[in-house]
Design a protein. Structure first.
Length: 487
């Protein structure tokens, strides 16, 4: 009783809302335990150790000393290397959790890739060259690692919260666009099965950053109740719609109009839609939209295997210009491509505002790496890396469910946080108290002793194999090369 009263005075939500939040958290923890089919107790206690540790996770073995972990560090590594996680069941459990509520009822999903860098892990398979931004101009690097494609539901307003729904490790032989399209299709299917989207609801908006072939993604996701929005590079050249055919003309009709070079204002036609919105962070935000803009496709690279005529994938091109950015008084414009045509002014504003919310995924990645220790372990096998990744996602889901239960345990130099505005790191500080209320389905450890290991002084006669980095399959680049190889 005294503990409940103290937490109520600290600004924690009480009453029916607390009971419902605690019930959701306890139900998800039980479902998570049932998703662990091998080394279940050790894996579950490992997830609790990540949440109850008093400091950011730096070394994996130190989690064996955290509250809630009753086993030694050997059981911890054994759980990651030999445990089993039913990923399909865990994905359905995440899809069944409450999603962030937007005023218009539309679900907004953000997709991005975050790398787990392993530059010195020569014995780890499946590594790719991951693009990493460095400090200063031209400081980008390509470092070996495991890239993970993450899909998360975005929240309205400025926040550091997202609802992570899925993660897929990109393999050396994967086509990133095809894997991303299949991943988004599976996520949307699970959301529909969970009842988050029904017939008559607005289409789900999926937001991508630059680096994705957004027009091809729109083509691959056709048939789903989704709209695709993505950023374009400023050096892209797009095509305007073909002009109307003159009466009496013969021959094949034109597919494309004139060129629209994003870097050449002389090629820009007048916008069909123009909006201006005053923002508190960026000043005046001006958006200009041009309808039925599309790329010119060729029988190369991704479209090499396409049979028949290449499609014309039309959409709305949006140019967003703001007065200033934090720390930058001369910002460059942002070019967005929206998969729907004839966009209204309200849809244009909704698009660029949703794109700004996509950057909340960066806060989630920083929490994963700097606080929860996603990339801290020196794991050799990619399967163990996948288990650890899904444990981190499950930990983040528990933090999101515990938002309304956590008290604001702040450091002396931190400002108080209003109720409902706690960051994930502050919720984690109080999770050891929440865990005592929610309970743990993990069983007590059995007594045991470590194995003998390799005798001292003996040599390793089975060294681990070494693996190359990067793509391992050569692809035809042109239709001519493909025909010559086929004879």
């Amino acid at each position: 009783m005294a503990f409940s009263m103290a937490r109520g005075e600290a600004g924690v939500e009480t009453g029916a809302g607390t009971g419902r939040a605690l019930g959701l958290l306890a139900a998800f923890r039980g479902e998570l335990y049932r998703c662990l089919t091998a080394r279940a107790d050790a894996l579950f206690e490992l997830a609790d150790a990540v949440l109850c540790a008093g400091a950011p996770v730096r070394v994996l073995a130190e989690l064996s000393l955290a509250p809630g972990h009753q086993r030694g560090h050997g059981a911890l590594y054994d759980a990651l290397n030999c445990g089993e996680v039913q990923i399909a069941r865990l994905r359905r459990a995440l899809a069944g959790l409450p999603l962030p509520a937007w005023p218009d009822g539309r679900i907004r999903l953000g997709v991005d890739v975050s790398p787990w860098l392993r530059p010195e892990a020569a014995t780890s398979a499946g590594r790719l060259f991951c693009h990493v931004y460095g400090r200063g101009k031209g400081g980008a690097q390509m470092i070996p690692g495991w890239p993970y494609s993450v899909v998360a539901a975005l929240e309205p307003g400025r926040a550091s919260w997202t609802a992570v729904l899925d993660a897929v490790r990109l393999r050396p032989d994967d086509d990133q666009t095809e894997v991303t399209a299949a991943q988004v299709r599976d996520v949307v299917t699970r959301l529909i099965e969970a009842g988050h989207w029904r017939d008559g609801d607005p289409a789900i908006l999926v937001v991508f950053d630059a680096g994705y072939d957004v027009t091809r993604l729109a083509w691959l996701l056709a048939g789903l109740p989704v709209s695709v929005l993505g950023r374009l590079r400023s050096d892209r050249v797009m095509q305007l719609p073909a002009p109307p055919r003159r009466p009496g003309t013969t021959g094949r009709p034109r597919k494309h109009g004139g060129e629209l070079a994003l870097s050449d204002p002389a090629t820009w036609p007048g916008p069909q839609v123009a909006t201006s919105t005053m923002t508190s962070r960026y000043g005046m935000a001006t958006a200009a939209a041009r309808d039925r803009v599309h790329p010119r496709l060729t029988h190369r690279a991704a479209w090499l295997d396409h049979d028949g005529d290449l499609p014309v994938i039309e959409g709305t091109l949006i140019r967003l210009q703001v007065d200033h950015l934090p720390g930058d008084r001369d910002p460059k414009p942002v070019w967005l491509w929206f998969s729907r045509t004839s966009a209204t002014p309200a849809e244009v504003d909704r698009c660029w505002q949703a794109f700004l919310r996509r950057f909340d995924l960066e806060h989630t990645f920083r929490l994963f790496k700097q606080v929860l220790g996603w990339t801290a372990p020196k794991i050799r096998t990619p399967d163990a890396a996948d288990r650890w990744t899904w444990l981190i996602i499950a930990c983040h889901a528990q933090l999101r469910l515990a938002r309304r239960l956590a008290a604001d345990i702040r450091l002396p130099w931190q400002r108080p946080c209003p109720p409902g505005r706690l960051t994930p790191a502050r919720v984690r500080r109080d999770f050891r108290n929440i865990r005592a209320i929610a309970g743990s389905p993990a069983g007590a450890p059995k007594p045991g002793k470590p194995g003998p290991g390799r005798p001292p002084g003996s040599t390793n006669r089975r060294p681990a194999p070494r693996h190359d980095v990067g793509k391992t399959t050569k692809r035809d680049l042109t239709l001519k090369t493909r025909r010559e190889r086929a004879g």
